[in-house]
Design a protein around this ligand. Structure first.
Ligand SMILES: Cc1cc2nc3c(=O)[nH]c(=O)nc-3n(C[C@H](O)[C@H](O)[C@H](O)COP(=O)(O)OP(=O)(O)OC[C@H]3O[C@@H](n4cnc5c(N)ncnc54)[C@H](O)[C@@H]3O)c2cc1C
Length: 425
């Protein structure tokens, strides 16, 4: 299953191009792609408010995920900064949530590409679910306000509150009986923080293929945690949990949009296009002969989209710092234009040149270098490992060697004997 690419007729539309570039500007204004913006955001985090309000759509969440996903900051740096203001217990809600990110990495490291398939069976066999995400969900016109609002917000900002992601995923899988993988591939492509472990494994958690039961929600739950325009009384989710559970476990005919869309298309958001290659005006190219010549005998530090930060202090002063986008990854994982621009702005900050390249051309280009180093990340390990020495991906929590199948199992092991968050540093 691949992420959805919209049609060529859309591609040609001026309205589409205007909308995609408006999204780019909006993303960069709301979430500037710089390390200083990330540090400012960390400085503004109030752990007590976070713990009290994090489940509310307008709660005091950190907004750090794009910075963490793309490696402008690490979990360790986040915690270090937080602890400058106040001590935190290791089981403080915020530390616990940072743990979820690392737990999903733990599962990915033990399961590899297996995270792309159901980890175990869910409420219904895999083949019962529709393999394609219906257009009305993608176009925010299901008629269920909470779902349409979530999709609109996703397109407008590139991010989404955790609770909204859970509602959206639960609606897709359990209400509409669409396979979690179709939803996961679509969402990860539009998110600015799209991370294969956190995203695909969260979808599996909601689907019940990575947890012991399906995650279900109803209209009362939305009314408790979301602003009024998200509320969805009298819609398909306005049911008891018993009713929802029965629905999730019963094979049924496909449900269409809740009500017929009576208004004009102008009311619906323009779905951002997804691109397998960077926008041409970014000027990203494969290395040419002159570039390759200037590499000869030099140390090289490679920066990839999952570690957009300055190189380590022990790198030689005259080392070349090169940004790389690996074509093999993007061929199966397209991004919105806004994400390409966001990542590239951050990459340009920390590199001397940036390449759009496949791994065989990259390997050939680096042949003459004295050394090639980078930092590991499972999104790119397969391509970078054969050609560079990889520093380990940064981690905050003690490594747990035994594969854990649940967060609580992993959490118990990784925090055994640890009481204060400071002990993690
Ligand atoms: C269906 C679904 C898809 C998701 N896809 C992604 C994804 O692609 N990338 C991604 O980073 N997160 C994903 N998440 C997890 C979570 O929703 C986001 O990390 C969080 O909403 C980001 O907002 P924030 O930075 O304000 O989070 P905060 O609540 O402020 O949390 C701080 C940080 O802790 C980590 N964190 C918090 N909650 C979770 C969680 N449940 N799982 C993993 N890490 C967490 C994140 O790094 C986050 O930035 C997904 C969750 C669901 C239910």
């Amino acid at each position: 299953m691949t992420a959805v690419l919209q049609s060529a007729s859309h591609l040609q539309s001026g309205m589409q191009a205007a909308s995609d570039s408006a999204h780019s500007m909006a993303f960069e204004a709301a979430t500037p792609p710089t390390r200083s913006a990330a540090m400012a955001r960390i400085a503004g985090v109030r752990p007590t408010d976070y713990a009290r309000t994090r489940n509310h759509i307008d709660g005091a969440v950190t907004g750090l995920s794009p910075y963490l996903t793309h490696g402008l900051v690490t979990l360790r740096e986040v915690l270090l900064e937080l602890l400058r203001d106040e001590p935190l217990a290791v089981n403080h809600k915020l530390v616990y949530e940072l743990g979820w990110r690392e737990f999903f990495r733990h599962v990915w490291s033990h399961t590899g590409a297996g995270i792309m398939q159901s980890l175990h069976s869910g409420p219904l066999p895999d083949d019962v679910y529709d393999a394609v995400l219906p257009d009305d969900i993608r176009q925010a016109r299901t008629g269920v306000p909470v779902i349409d609002e979530a999709v609109r917000r996703l397109y407008a900002t590139g991010t989404l509150h955790n609770h909204a992601r859970m509602w959206l995923a639960s609606y897709v899988v359990h209400t509409r009986q669409v396979h979690w993988r179709a939803g996961a591939d679509w969402l990860v492509a539009h998110l600015l923080d799209g991370d294969l472990a956190s995203n695909h494994l969260s979808w599996q958690w909601v689907a019940g293929t990575g947890s012991h039961k399906p995650y279900l929600f109803n209209a009362d739950n939305v009314a408790r945690f979301a602003p009024v325009h998200w509320h969805s009384p009298k819609s398909v989710i306005d049911q008891s949990y018993e009713g929802l559970d029965l629905m999730a476990r019963t094979v049924r005919a496909r449900l269409g949009p809740t009500r017929r869309a009576k208004s004009t298309a102008a009311e619906f958001p323009t779905v951002p296009l997804l691109h397998k290659s960077p926008p041409a005006d970014l000027g990203l190219k494969a290395p040419d002969a002159t570039t390759v010549q200037c590499l000869a005998g030099r140390d090289v530090w490679l920066v990839h989209p999952w570690a957009l930060r300055a190189p380590p202090a022990d790198l030689k002063k005259d080392a070349l710092i090169i940004g790389v986008y690996l074509q093999e990854h993007h061929a199966v994982r397209p991004w919105s234009e806004a994400r390409w621009r966001w990542v590239d702005t951050a990459m340009a900050e920390v590199t001397q040149q940036r390449w759009w390249v496949d791994s065989s051309i990259l390997s050939a280009a680096l042949q003459g270098a004295a050394s090639v180093r980078s930092v590991d990340d499972p999104h790119v390990t397969a391509w970078l490992k054969p050609l560079a020495q990889l520093d380990p991906a940064p981690a905050l929590f003690p490594s747990v060697d035994r594969p854990c199948t649940s967060f609580s199992q992993w959490w118990t092991r990784t925090t055994r004997g640890i009481h204060s968050a400071e002990e993690l540093l």
